[in-house]
Design a protein around this ligand. Structure first.
Ligand code: GDP
Ligand code: IMO
Ligand code: MG
Length: 436
């Protein structure tokens, strides 16, 4: 009989920020895992990304998708922080607030924004669209939310921050940045965009946002840590979309890995506690870029169908493939992962055989490393076969109840990554989770 192999010890610490982040190309199910764990925390904080993210939570049968607001918002006792590493589009942000208002959720005293959050201007979205159009077949497949251009202005030291909207010279600074963008847009193909209309919505949205509290989040969070409050940092995107370590240039524009928590919230490395890496039991990617284990056959189509693999932000179909151990070993290393939440294992219920890419053949040579640029090499996965369990996992609430073949697959992943799997998600709902 196979039993669940328990690796390591359970966490016990304080004055630490625990982290939840994606170990693949995004959409691993981070929102659900944050929502599951949030009840054990006082604060949930987003540290990077922006409205390119789409985090889905299913609570009492109703589905909610959050883009910029942290996934702790649905638990009344939790404070939610949007950290300095995040970029916000006021229009999208207010649409999110409207949805919370419609369900009567009171967030006013529980949603705090860092003064240092950078703003996505309407012209950032225009630039995103124009740049992608200019790239033609080389396009990144951006969500077109203005992410790249706004982070460019941040690192280029041109950006506007949330705290700036309270300053007397804000309108003049806005006009000056807009002018720069319009000049730049002359270089690109023309795109359809009603700037006047978007600007009007943008300024109206800022008036709504002004009613929320802007804080120096780094002081706030460190003070809360000293008081013994428990903080959970919520990542967006996935480690393979990290600006430094992802499949560059097919990446997003922020550091999505654990290091991003330090500069995206103002938390020192010594305060990083548990790092919970979220990984799907298979792999998906949305947008362009290399994906070694991508499937173009019926198995891939089956994953997409059963897993409802459509982007939570753009609705685009997600590309699907087998789990990739070379890739997961890489991101486990980069993040210092201490626990894994394995999600969507139920999607594999009907598969007679499951594969995992244990090694790569890089230009014909066996390799266990992620090449520096996946586009420059011929990368072929070397697969290992695993028998499927052909059984529903619904209503299974402990690892003891899992079929042997599912346990074999789970134990194999633990052994490959040398990290314990502490959660196994068996469906979209809050309750569909096995805590190991
Ligand atoms: P995120 O961006 O990482 O938060 O993930 P998304 O919300 O974009 O995509 C994950 C999708 O899978 C959502 O539709 C979730 O409701 C759903 N989901 C999460 N966990 C599970 C699971 O264990 N099984 C199944 N079948 N669906 C899940
Ligand atoms: P969550 O948080 C999956 C992808 C885009 C594109 C690339 C760059 O829901 O996991 P950008 O808009 O950042 O310029 O797009 O990154 N991407 C995501 N893919 N999940 C996400 O977020 C993503 N955010 C960006 O599809 O390929
Ligand atoms: Mg998503």
């Amino acid at each position: 009989m196979i039993t669940f192999a328990f690796l390591g010890t359970k966490p016990t610490n304080n004055d630490m920020v625990d982290v939840i982040l994606g170990l693949q190309w995004g959409d691993e199910g981070k929102g659900k895992i944050v929502d599951t764990l949030a009840k054990d925390y006082d604060i949930v904080a987003r540290f990077q990304g922006g409205p390119n993210a789409g985090h889905t939570l299913v609570i009492e049968g109703t589905k909610y998708v959050l883009h910029t607001i942290p996934s702790g918002i649905f638990r009344q006792e939790i404070i939610n922080i949007v950290g300095n590493g995040v970029v916000i589009d006021p229009i999208v942000f207010v649409e999110e607030l409207d949805k919370l208002d419609r369900i009567g959720l009171d967030y006013h005293s529980r949603l705090l924004l860092s003064n240092k959050v950078h703003l996505i201007l309407p012209t950032h979205r225009m630039l995103d669209a124009a740049k992608e159009a200019a790239k033609g077949s080389e396009k990144i497949g951006s969500t077109l939310r203005g992410i790249g251009p706004s982070y460019m202005d941040k690192t280029g030291r041109n950006g506007l921050r949330l705290g700036d909207i309270l300053q007397a010279n804000f309108e003049q600074r806005y006009k000056s940045l807009k002018r720069k963008h319009l000049d730049l847009l002359e270089l690109y193909p023309q795109i359809q965009f009603d700037l006047a209309d978007e600007e009007q919505k943008w300024f109206a949205a800022l008036e709504r946002i002004k009613k929320l509290s802007f804080i120096d989040a780094e002081y706030f969070l460190n003070a809360q840590l000293r008081k013994g409050k428990r903080i959970l940092a919520e990542g967006a995107q996935g480690s393979m979309l990290d600006i430094d370590f992802g499949t560059y240039p097919y990446v997003t524009s922020s550091n999505t890995i654990t290091a991003g928590v330090c500069n995206g919230l103002g938390i020192a490395p010594k305060h990083i506690g548990e790092v919970i890496g979220v990984a799907k039991a298979y792999t998906t990617r949305v947008g362009s870029g290399p994906f070694p284990t991508e499937l173009f056959d019926e198995a891939g189509a089956e994953m997409a169908r059963v897993g409802h693999e459509f982007g939570a932000t753009t609705g685009r179909p997600r590309r699907c493939g087998w789990i990739d151990m070379v890739q997961l070993r890489y991101t486990t290393m980069l993040n210092g992962v201490t626990q894994i939440a394995l999600t969507k294992i139920d999607v594999l219920n009907g598969f007679g055989q499951i594969k995992s890419s244990e090694h790569y053949l890089v230009n014909g040579q066996l390799s266990d490393q992620m090449p520096y640029d996946l586009c420059q090499y011929e990368v072929a996965p070397k697969y290992l076969d695993h028998p499927g369990w052909n059984q529903s996992l619904e209503k299974i609430t402990s690892t003891d109840g899992l079929p042997d073949k599912a346990l074999q697959y789970i134990n194999y992943i633990q052994e490959q990554l040398q990290v314990r799997i502490s959660m196994i998600s068996t469906g979209p709902a809050r309750e569909s989770i096995i805590i190991a």
